[in-house]
Design a protein around this ligand. Structure first.
Ligand SMILES: NC(=O)c1ccc[n+]([C@@H]2O[C@H](COP(=O)([O-])OP(=O)(O)OC[C@H]3O[C@@H](n4cnc5c(N)ncnc54)[C@H](OP(=O)(O)O)[C@@H]3O)[C@@H](O)[C@H]2O)c1
Length: 253
């Protein structure tokens, strides 16, 4: 059994790779940072699993397709689309190039890999795809607008695909991980500090893997964050936007 994990060089992706290795899955680790993945691969050798490393920049469409072409022979059972990052700031201030690169990683790469691997999983009618979105997927995010929107795309795409699979009577799982703040490199990459204390990436990953195998479709680690989608559903959008702006503003200070 083999799992491919993008974003495996740090944070949530690295912890998910550790969890899957513990369960005996051979791994394909994908990110740009070779050294971090080499040291993770060394660490995981104690679980007696095969670990392969692929260094690639997923912001490039052709790299995503090449990644699939290189790895389809391993008959992937689990795809974890974790790689992603945020660009924080007022929409008119954030650099266009960086934001477009973020959209390529957060949306385009997940879209491509989900489509290509899902076709193979459908053929054998088994396997799991877990797409890492965020609690940001549940609402509009003033001051973090394109990041929030990118994660909404991932949640809605995954839910819609899952419904298609359900109607086909398929046993393939497509789910979404929607954590609130998690202590990783995310905030330093995005140039913010979180307004609330995040959960550990180890906890988020353990929770994610456990619930993926329970076939839960939208996975929200942490008690407080579970209320967010309920609040967003019940409250007027103007109030949601107001709260969201307030929380993001606290992040920036
Ligand atoms: N931390 C949070 O509070 C939080 C909350 C909700 C959702 N998330 C989501 O969780 C996912 C993982 O983030 P994290 O919190 O674990 O942050 P992180 O520690 O910064 O990890 C991000 C991972 O994405 C990889 N990555 C980024 N750009 C890439 C690219 N162009 N090509 C290939 N790999 C790339 C990074 O690897 P390299 O730099 O080595 O390429 C790294 O392994 C993201 O999708 C993020 O949006 C995070």
């Amino acid at each position: 059994m083999t799992a491919l994990v993008t974003g495996a060089s740090s944070g949530i992706g690295r912890e998910i790779a550790r969890e899957l290795a513990k369960k005996g899955y051979d791994l394909i680790l994908v990110a740009r940072s070779r050294d971090k993945m080499v040291s993770l691969a060394k660490e995981l050798s104690k679980f007696n699993v095969k670990v392969r490393i692929i260094v690639t920049d997923l912001s490039k469409e052709e790299h995503c397709i090449k990644l699939y072409e290189r790895t389809k022979k391993y008959n992937i059972d689990i795809l974890i689309n974790d790689a992603g990052y945020g660009v924080f700031g007022r929409f008119t201030d954030t650099p266009l190039k960086r934001e477009l690169n973020m959209i390529d990683v957060n949306i385009k790469a997940v879209h491509i890999l989900t489509k290509l691997f899902l076709r193979d999983l459908n053929k054998k009618n088994s396997g799991y795809i877990l797409n890492v979105a965020s609690s940001a997927a549940f609402c509009p995010g003033p001051l973090f607008s394109s990041y929030y929107a990118s994660k909404a795309y991932i949640l809605r795409l995954s839910q819609a695909i899952d419904e298609e699979l359900k109607k086909d009577g398929s046993d393939v799982y497509v789910g979404t991980l929607c954590p609130g703040p998690v202590r990783t490199n995310f905030d330093s990459t995005a140039g913010v500090s979180f307004a609330m204390k995040g959960i550990s990436s180890r906890y988020a990953a353990k929770y994610a893997v456990r619930n993926m195998f329970k076939r839960k479709k939208v996975i929200i680690p942490g008690k407080i964050m579970k209320f967010l989608p309920i609040f967003v559903r019940l409250a007027p959008t103007s109030l949601v936007l107001h709260f969201c702006y307030y929380f993001q503003k606290r992040k920036s200070s």
